[in-house]
Design a protein around this ligand. Structure first.
Ligand SMILES: [Zn+2]
Ligand SMILES: [Zn+2]
Length: 66
């Protein structure tokens, strides 16, 4: 078993430990998706996609169906 060093969490899978360790990190240390056009960051790719609409003209948005 893999045991988390920072809490009682245990798992059979090394990859699970890696993703679990993120809960003990500050947001700034967690890999984030960054907007290419401004400083906006989000943990989810979907959030970035939605955010990108603010950089587009409404006429353009219709050409990029989500
Ligand atoms: Zn833990
Ligand atoms: Zn942006």
């Amino acid at each position: 078993m893999f045991q988390c060093e920072m809490c009682q969490y245990k798992t059979k899978y090394k990859s699970s430990i890696k993703s679990h360790l993120l809960v003990h990190k500050d947001d700034s240390e967690v890999p984030m998706f960054q907007c290419e056009m401004c400083d906006y960051k989000a943990k989810r790719r979907n959030c970035i996609r939605t955010h990108l609409l603010v950089h587009k003209d409404s006429s353009e948005v219709e050409m990029f169906p989500m």
